[in-house]
Design a protein around this ligand. Structure first.
Ligand code: SF4
Ligand code: SF4
Length: 428
C-alpha cells in the first residue's frame, strides 16, 4: 500500500491523499512557556508534580493580555528546559489522558443560553489564538464593537506542500460548521462563509453536503476560489470571495467582514462545546528530505524528531537538512529538527539543504511585478543596504505581508524578502 502510494503520487500531494495518522502519545511533551507575543510567564507547578490533561500550569504575560498555560497530557512534570532560546515545561505522559475536572461537555441547551460575554470569556480563558500562524489572541479579535455582516473561515491553504487544513475540513466538517456558528453568534453576524480552493473537489463536496444540514437555521455558503498563491492572504480572499477590496492598512472589520483560520474555528468549537484548550492539532510533515510525507494529528508539545521518525525518517545520503516550521513561502527556517510542535505549527517541512549563492541584481523587476501589495522590493532592499530609513518608510515597506514571492521569483536568487523584513524592523 505504502510503496504503491510512493510510486504514483507526487511528494507534495502524498500528505493530502493519504488518510491522516494520529500521533497523540509521545512519552514527553514540551509546553512552551513564552511566545513571540507573550515573553513573560509564571508557573504554578514544579518538578515532580502530577498534572491532568487540560490543567492550567501557569500563565503567559503579553503585556496587554494574559494567557493561561495548559498541560496537553496527564502525567508528571519532570523538568524545565530550553530549546532554541525558549523555555518549556517537560511533562512525562502517563498515557491515561486523565482530564482536569474543568473539562466538561456542554449541552446544546447550555450553549444556546450563553451570552456573547460568556463565549468571549471561554475563548479568552482557553488561550485561543490565530492558528494560521499569527498567534493573535482570538478573544481580542472577537471582542469588537464593529458591526460584522459576514464571518469567513479561511480553509484556502495556498502555500505548496501544506495539507493540514485540508485534512481537518475533510475529517471534521461538522465541528467546523458548529465553530463557525459559535463565531457568528459572538459577532452577531448574519452570514457565514467557508472559503476553499475549487481544485479541492472532495472538500467542496463535503462542505456542500454539510451546508444542506446547517442551513436550516443559518445562512452559510461556500466560496470556491482559484488555486494560486497568495489566494489565502485574507485581503485577496475577501476580494475574490465577497468582491470587497480592502485598502492596505485598513482592518477588514471596517468593511463588516472578519476571517478566521479553519483550525482556529475548530478550536472555538472545542472550547465552547467541551471547555477544552488546544491540546492537539493537525499538521503536515513534508519536503523532499522526508521518506514518507504525512498529515498527522499530533499532541501539542511533541518533539518534531518523533514526527520525522513516524514518517520513515530522512532519505538516504542526505547530509544537510533545511527545517522549516510553516509553509515554504512564509515559514521560519529553524536549522534543527529538535523543535517542538506549538498550537500554531501548521507544518514541518524538511528539504535537502542546497547552498544558494546570491548574484548581483539584474534589475529584471520580477520582484516588483509579483508583489501582491504593489510595493517595490528591490528599491526597499537597496535602501536597507544604504541604511536609509527615510526611503524605506517612503517606499512603504510596512505594507509587506512577508509572502516570500519576491525572493521566490528573483532571477539572481537574492533573499529579497529578508531585506524587506529588515526594512520593516529598521523603521519599527
Ligand atoms: S514578501 Fe516581497 S512580494 Fe511579498 S509582500 Fe513583501 S515585498 Fe511584496
Ligand atoms: S527580482 Fe531580483 S534581480 Fe530582479 S529586480 Fe528584483 S532583486 Fe533584482
Amino acid at each position: 500500500m505504502i510503496s504503491k502510494a510512493r510510486k504514483v503520487l507526487d511528494i507534495r500531494e502524498l500528505a493530502t491523499e493519504l488518510p491522516h495518522i494520529r500521533y497523540v502519545d509521545p512519552e514527553f511533551v514540551y509546553i512552551n512557556l513564552t511566545t513571540e507575543r507573550a515573553k513573560k510567564y509564571s508557573l504554578n507547578v514544579k518538578k515532580g508534580d502530577k498534572v491532568y490533561l487540560g490543567q492550567i500550569i501557569g500563565e503567559r504575560d503579553g503585556g496587554f493580555f494574559k494567557q493561561p498555560i495548559y498541560s496537553t497530557v496527564s502525567g508528571e512534570v519532570t523538568d524545565i528546559t530550553t530549546k532554541r532560546h525558549l523555555e518549556f515545561v517537560v511533562i512525562r505522559n502517563d498515557y491515561q489522558d486523565t482530564y482536569c475536572e474543568t473539562i466538561v461537555d456542554r449541552s446544546d441547551a447550555m450553549i444556546d443560553a450563553m451570552s456573547k460575554a460568556d463565549m468571549i470569556d471561554i475563548i479568552k480563558n482557553k488561550s485561543l489564538v490565530g492558528l494560521g500562524g499569527s498567534a493573535f489572541p482570538s478573544y481580542i479579535k472577537v471582542n469588537t464593537d464593529k458591526e460584522i455582516e459576514t464571518v469567513v473561515i479561511n480553509a484556502v491553504e495556498c502555500e505548496p506542500y501544506l495539507s493540514s487544513d485540508y485534512r481537518l475540513v475533510k475529517d471534521q466538517p461538522e465541528q467546523i460548521f458548529k465553530g463557525l456558528k459559535y463565531l457568528m453568534r459572538v459577532l452577531n453576524a448574519k452570514r457565514g462563509m467557508i472559503a476553499v480552493k475549487k481544485t479541492k473537489k472532495e472538500l467542496v463536496e463535503v462542505l456542500e453536503r454539510e451546508v444542506q444540514r446547517f442551513n436550516k437555521d443559518s445562512d452559510i455558503s461556500i466560496a470556491k476560489l482559484a488555486d494560486y498563491y497568495p489566494q489565502g492572504w485574507e485581503i485577496e480572499m475577501f476580494k475574490n470571495a465577497l468582491g470587497i477590496k480592502i485598502p492596505s492598512g485598513v482592518l477588514p472589520m471596517e468593511y463588516g467582514v472578519i476571517a478566521f483560520n479553519v483550525s482556529t474555528c475548530a478550536s472555538v468549537y472545542d472550547a465552547v462545546k467541551h471547555n477544552l484548550p488546544i491540546t492537539k492539532r493537525y499538521l503536515t510533515v513534508n519536503g523532499d528530505a522526508i521518506n514518507f510525507p504525512q498529515s498527522i494529528r499530533v499532541r501539542v508539545g511533541t518533539n518534531v524528531r518523533d514526527l520525522i521518525k513516524l514518517c520513515d525518517g530522512y532519505k538516504e545520503g542526505i547530509e544537510k537538512i533545511n527545517v522549516i516550521l510553516g509553509g515554504p513561502m512564509m515559514g521560519e527556517a529553524v536549522g534543527t529538527d529538535d523543535v517542538v510542535v506549538t498550537p500554531t505549527t501548521t507544518s514541518v517541512l524538511v528539504f535537502k539543504d542546497v547552498d544558494y549563492h546570491e548574484e548581483t541584481c539584474v534589475r529584471c523587476a520580477s520582484c516588483v511585478l509579483s508583489c501582491p501589495v504593489d510595493i517595490q522590493p528591490v528599491q526597499i532592499m537597496n535602501a536597507v543596504k544604504r541604511n536609509d530609513k527615510k526611503s524605506v518608510e517612503y517606499l512603504a515597506a510596512k505594507k509587506c505581508i512577508e509572502c516570500g514571492l519576491c525572493a521566490y521569483v528573483c532571477t539572481s536568487k537574492i533573499h529579497v524578502t529578508d531585506y524587506v523584513r529588515k526594512g520593516k524592523q529598521l523603521i519599527g
